[in-house]
Design a protein around this ligand. Structure first.
Ligand SMILES: Nc1nc2c(c(=O)[nH]1)N[C@H]1C(S)=C(S)[C@@H](COP(=O)(O)OP(=O)(O)OC[C@H]3O[C@@H](n4cnc5c(=O)[nH]c(N)nc54)[C@H](O)[C@@H]3O)O[C@H]1N2
Ligand SMILES: Nc1nc2c(c(=O)[nH]1)N[C@H]1C(S)=C(S)[C@@H](COP(=O)(O)OP(=O)(O)OC[C@H]3O[C@@H](n4cnc5c(=O)[nH]c(N)nc54)[C@H](O)[C@@H]3O)O[C@H]1N2
Ligand code: SF4
Ligand SMILES: [Mo]
Length: 713
């Protein structure tokens, strides 16, 4: 196979006349896939999968293949710009990098002096492999406020797994789990975090049993042995119901429970509060099916749960995760081959160490926005976005004067978008680092041109928990674009942090690798490095938690004033919790199902990808569509108590007729007004960000479980 592939690469070079081929590491999503980048006349001519990469084994998705259309897109910002007229006017003037960074540094120093470093909020969105530098910059500045998507994405997985068992358990696909549950996750499309759909599909081909927990009949659900189409937002009840079966029928791993678990008796009392009849009423899933799934999962070894973001964007965010961890733990699947592994990273400086969290003083950390209210999040340096908007608009509990967004488009991606927009309009100074003039960038004072993954050297997958790191290599330079790492390295020197940074960011890469005794120059010649793989490490070392055990009963949640055991809460808006609203808004709206070619708000400019999916699409059950007078392809008004937008109907029978499923993150780069149509189809105009509707520990916004009505346009 390898020989065939390699001779193929040589043949391609010869036939198409490519000048060279460079191995690198894609990051059109959370990244991970090894690529071969073919170069001709100094330009990227083609991107293909690297068959030798252990993450993707030569496969690529449409985004990876289309990456050269991002690099060379004519609308890309290729030099820094400063606002020339009023905010949002769309009028910009070109400035130099020195002018831009000097101006940003001047504002940072001024606000720090007058209002404290906490008045400056750094921001990013999903993981784009710049989080370590952004946190480093903020922590050294003394600002406890870095705004991420961490309140409702991935941050909850990190926080809840660390407090329960010390780190995030990763499915060991390489060693063929015999049973897999996909829970609110559609990884064959989303390829999120540490996971690519390819090894999952390979494990299924090898005969793994599959249980899918998803309100929609996805491709995965269609392939499953058991599909549990639950009412959105009722995951904790379903998981505790499954635990109930496993406890009652004594299907749990007795040796693990006796020796390595904290809080068993209290946990049993809690799951006894979730008999299947009650769980069926809550979840809409027949109790026989719940029983069947629990038995299959508990009796097939090794088994693993592939979990996703849907369970985190709910009021039950932390408890959903904790209930699923309980399922992994009591069935004895933690840290076993083919189960749920606690992988070790190579011995490098990790994101937490590089991020310099220890350099933030206790006094400043205590000022973290929302830290008192959302205490699980606060302890993991994560803040809830509304806290930032309130600090701008109301100056509560203190004023925020400056925002610096590096890879985020919050106008589209955070709950209650109209409030986000107001806050971004109102903030005194905003800098943005971007590829394009997005609706968010259009509200900035200065916009910096960012480099894509093909324009930088970096240590790919550095933040992940699967134990691999892989070199990403700079292949081209576009205009004056610079990587986020380099721009922050330069800015740091201008605000008095110079001693903690380097002449160029290559010094930062060396710093990350230093504990391994290698430099970037050594690493860039390698294919990858993997940490040591050892199973059942807890037998010798216990778990890295306060009790040294797997904490079904969380001593830290208890200390922070929360229920130490998972419990189900009704979604804040729903048939049971708000019957009055339900009368006017009779459908449960879920938002954000991933589309193959887009990454949140990205890629709508790329012809190959937009061609596959031109318009925002709302899925409606055919019976519901008929009742509402809506036909296939019609534009539909979707309305919640907070506002309305339009998307195009696709009739979809693979879900309960009471559910409507809309896409998120839509804007229209082809619309040349400065707003780029941000409020036409932006589903976050409908979502709520009220504090009382968020997960009480994590501050997660419930963008998956709201009510709506629909009508033809
Ligand atoms: N209703 C609803 N809302 C959601 C979700 C949902 O399911 N439903 N999902 C949520 C989730 S899980 C997440 S993680 C968030 C994501 O939220 P965001 O991360 O804010 O997502 P994007 O809108 O893609 O913002 C990324 C922007 O950064 C730019 N960019 C990309 N890479 C780089 C880079 O390397 N450097 C720089 N400087 N810029 C870069 C892109 O051009 C893009 O404009 O959205 C959330 N919003
Ligand atoms: N192509 C592409 N890939 C992406 C992204 C992207 O925008 N585009 N975004 C990236 C990011 S930041 C993230 S976080 C991941 C997310 O990746 P996934 O976790 O796979 O997210 P989704 O596709 O949004 O949702 C997964 C499934 O959850 C189901 N679901 C909805 N509500 C509920 C519920 O209440 N309970 C349960 N059990 N299921 C529910 C949906 O029907 C959907 O099929 O994807 C990443 N990968
Ligand atoms: S799954 Fe992600 S890393 Fe892999 S090719 Fe697609 S965009 Fe690139
Ligand atoms: Mo995410």
């Amino acid at each position: 196979m390898d020989e065939f592939v390699h001779s193929n690469t040589e043949r391609e070079m010869e036939v198409y006349g490519y000048d060279s081929v460079v191995k690198s590491h894609c990051r059109m999503c959370h990244g991970g896939c090894g690529v071969l980048v073919y170069v001709k006349d100094g330009k990227i001519a083609k991107i293909a999968g690297d068959p030798d990469c252990p993450i993707n084994h030569g496969t690529l998705c449409s985004k990876g293949i289309a990456a050269s259309q991002l690099v060379y897109h004519p609308d890309r910002l290729t030099y820094p710009v400063r606002r020339a007229e009023s905010k949002g006017s769309g009028k910009w003037e070109r400035i130099s990098w020195d002018e831009a960074l000097d101006a940003i540094a001047e504002k940072i120093l001024k606000y720090k002096e007058s209002f404290g470093a906490e008045s400056i909020v750094m921001g990013y969105g999903t993981g784009r492999e710049n989080e370590a530098v952004i946190y480093r910059f903020a922590n050294l500045l003394g600002s406890p406020n870095t705004l991420t998507a961490g309140h409702f994405c991935y941050g909850p997985r990190i926080a809840t797994t660390i407090i329960t068992c010390g780190t995030n358990p990763i499915v060991d696909y390489e060693n063929n789990p015999k049973c897999i549950i996909t829970w609110g996750n559609n990884l064959v499309i989303s390829n999120p975090d540490c996971y690519k759909g390819e090894p999952f599909s390979t494990a299924l081909d090898a005969g793994a049993k599959l249980i899918a927990v998803d309100p929609r009949l996805t491709r995965i659900a269609a392939r499953a042995d058991i599909w549990l189409p639950l009412r959105p937002g009722t995951d904790t009840a379903l998981a505790l119901g499954m635990c109930n079966v496993i406890v009652q029928e004594e299907l749990y791993d007795k040796e693990f429970v006796e020796n390595y678990v904290h809080g068993w008796n209290a946990f049993v009392r809690r799951v006894n509060e979730y008999p299947l009849k009650k769980v069926e009423e809550i979840t809409w899933v027949p109790k026989e099916k719940i029983q069947e799934a629990a038995r299959l999962f508990a009796t097939t070894k090794p088994a693993a749960i592939q979990w996703g973001v849907a369970i985190e964007q709910q009021v039950n965010c932390a408890d959903n995760n904790r209930a699923l961890l309980a399922l992994m733990g009591i069935t004895g699947n933690i840290d076993v081959q083919g189960g749920q592994m606690l992988f070790s990273s190579p011995k490098i400086r990790n994101v937490g160490q590089f991020g310099a969290h220890k350099m933030l003083s206790k006094e400043q950390a205590e000022k973290r926005l929302g830290g008192d209210r959302f205490r699980l999040a606060g302890n993991f340096a994560i803040i809830n976005p509304k806290c930032v908007w309130d600090a701008i608009l109301e100056e509560e509990p203190y004023p925020v004067k400056m925002l610096f967004f590096i890879s985020s488009n919050p106008v589209l991606t955070r709950g209650n978008a109209r409030e986000v927009y107001r806050a971004l309009e109102a903030v005194e100074f905003m800098a943005v680092a971007e590829f394009f003039m997005t609706p968010t960038a259009e509200l900035a004072d200065i916009v910096l041109p960012a480099a894509t993954w093909l324009e930088m050297d970096y240590i790919g997958d550095f933040w992940k928990r699967h134990g691999y790191i892989l070199p990403r290599r700079k292949i081209v330079q576009i205009g004056e674009c610079r990587s986020d790492h380099e721009m922050l390295n330069d800015l740091a020197h201008r605000v008095g942090q110079g001693e903690h940074w380097w002449d160029t960011f290559e010094g930062g890469l060396d710093h990350i690798l230093e504990p391994m005794g290698i430099t970037w120059k050594d690493f860039e010649k390698m294919d990858y490095i993997r940490g040591d793989v050892n199973y059942r490490k807890y037998k010798e070392k216990g778990f890295s938690t306060p009790t040294g055990k797997f904490e079904l009963y969380s001593t830290l949640l208890e200390k922070w004033g929360y229920d130490p055991l998972p419990q189900f809460r009704e979604p804040p808006e729903g048939p049971n919790s708000s019957p009055e609203i339900y009368k006017k808004y009779p459908y449960i709206l879920i938002t954000g199902r991933r589309q193959p070619g887009f990454f949140h708000t990205e890629n709508r400019q790329l012809p190959w990808l937009r061609e596959l999916h031109k318009d925002p699409v709302v899925e409606i059950h055919p019976e519901t569509a008929e009742k509402e007078g809506i036909g296939e392809g019609d534009w539909v008004i979707i309305e919640s108590p907070r506002g309305k937008v339009r998307q195009r109907a696709r009739l979809f029978a693979g879900m309960d007729p009471r559910i409507v499923s809309a896409e998120h993150a839509w804007w229209f780069p082809e619309n040349k007004d400065p707003g780029h149509g941000w409020d036409e189809s932006n589903i976050n105009i409908l979502t709520s960000n009220a504090y009382e509707d968020c997960d009480p520990a994590m501050g997660a916004t419930h963008v998956r479980t709201l009510l709506c009505k629909i009508s033809p346009r």
